[in-house]
Design a protein around this ligand. Structure first.
Ligand SMILES: Nc1ncnc2c1ncn2[C@@H]1O[C@H](COP(=O)(O)OP(=O)(O)O)[C@@H](O)[C@H]1O
Ligand SMILES: [Mg+2]
Length: 376
């Protein structure tokens, strides 16, 4: 099944995995459109695999128009009667296609999987676990780093222990809220308003509200609980939103960090970088490199690499900070599968640092192809 590259060598086969079960399904399809257009097809044999919202894997179209954002509709992977699965056959990782009442058909070996999935069941260690179990190489963070990067509570615990500055927050479990809501309200009051109420494991600002007083708290908590029974409630921080892209180093080299970028939300009645500002109104301006003093730029780049190593990330991560008027850098979060369309912040920050989108994709595949299997 393997075809040959320009140099006459067998081309590595890359399965691009996108869509998925989370609320960020459409965003993932748009990312796939970007990656499928830019990936070097002379160098890699590319197999697009979509994951429907039901969780079913299907052979997807390589036609990038199908996955692009159009004015009329959001792209979506449709379920099919034909299912794709990864299986180990004769010691090789094979993709097989199974249809009802038919003998499964082999699609050939897979050298590396590129998961372009955001949110739970994609960015949280679950897909990564499946790939580890089948000894399949993949791009990006492993099981633990993915799980920690998805959980806004545990990432803070790890960041604090690595000496990074985390803003005041509390974590609220289902048991605490349902068992003793009054104590939760008191703890929030001690944080001081405004607060940001967030599902612990969501993304794209879904379920997040800014709350200015105790009166609005219960409704915000219930809105966040629609996404996740576990919440994080944070004191509001005044500061500019500064992000930094980190790319794993080759071999024993340290992680590489890009020039930092800045997000500013302009008008449109957005009080913060919410879902509509991100995807609907296009109200966010990304500027890269961020206009910061030299010394602050160096500090952002260093702290981003510290955060990457603190959670044990691999491949890529975007690390987001607040830069306060006093010049402090407070870490907000790490994203182990950040937005990755050509227009997204992560590729834009690398572009501003001298690495183009297609080269970035190539480097990520290179890192994944050269990584050790099993515990590392
Ligand atoms: N503690 C905070 N103080 C001020 N603004 C915040 C705070 N937490 C979140 N925000 C705002 O909400 C946005 C989304 O929050 P974030 O934690 O980054 O969630 P997501 O994982 O969905 O991106 C941030 O980009 C920022 O604009
Ligand atoms: Mg964010």
């Amino acid at each position: 099944m393997t075809t040959e590259s320009r140099a006459g060598q067998p081309k590595p086969r890359v399965a691009v995995l996108f869509g998925g079960r989370s609320s960020e399904h459409a965003v993932s399809c748009v990312t796939a459109a970007g990656v499928l257009s830019a990936i070097d097809k002379d160098k890699y044999d590319v197999i697009p695999i979509g994951i429907a919202k039901t969780g079913q894997w299907v052979l997807a179209s390589g036609d990038t128009n199908e996955w692009s954002l159009s004015a009329s509709s959001l792209p979506e992977v449709a379920p099919s009667t034909q299912t794709v699965a990864l299986a180990e056959i004769g010691g090789e990782h094979q993709l097989i296609v199974a249809s009802p009442n038919q003998v499964p058909q082999e699609l050939g070996t897979v050298d590396v999987v590129f998961p372009l999935l955001h949110g739970p069941f994609g960015e949280d260690g679950t897909i990564q676990g499946l790939l580890e179990l089948s000894d399949t190489r993949y791009v990006g963070a492993g099981v633990l780093a993915s799980a920690v990067g998805m959980d806004k509570h545990f990432m803070k615990v790890i960041f604090e222990s690595a000496g990074l500055h985390v803003g005041p927050y509390i974590a609220v479990t289902d048991r605490q809220w349902l068992g003793d809501a009054e104590t939760v309200r008191k703890r929030v009051d001690q944080l001081g308003f405004p607060v940001f109420v967030k599902p612990a494991r969501a993304g794209s600002s879904m379920g997040i509200s800014k709350v200015d007083s105790l009166e609005g708290l219960d409704a915000a908590i219930e809105a966040a609980r629609e996404h996740d029974p576990k919440l994080v409630i944070e004191a509001g921080i005044t500061g500019r939103e500064i992000e930094c892209a980190v790319l794993e180093g080759r071999g024993t080299d340290a992680p590489r960090s890009s020039m930092p970028g800045e997000i500013s939300v302009a008008g449109g009645g957005h009080e913060f970088y919410d879902f509509n500002a991100k995807y609907v109104d296009d109200a966010a301006a990304l500027s890269c490199p961020a206009d910061l003093p030299e010394e602050a730029i160096a500090r952002v780049r260093e702290l981003a690499a510290v955060a990457f190593d603190a959670v044990g990330a691999e491949g890529l991560s975007r690390v987001d900070f607040f830069y306060t008027p006093e010049g402090e850098l407070i870490i907000n979060e790490i994203n182990t599968m950040p937005g990755f369309t050509p227009k997204s912040m992560y590729p834009q920050m690398w572009k501003a640092s001298g690495l183009e989108y297609a080269e970035l994709i190539d480097e990520l595949i290179h890192l994944a192809l050269h990584r050790k299997m099993g515990l590392r």
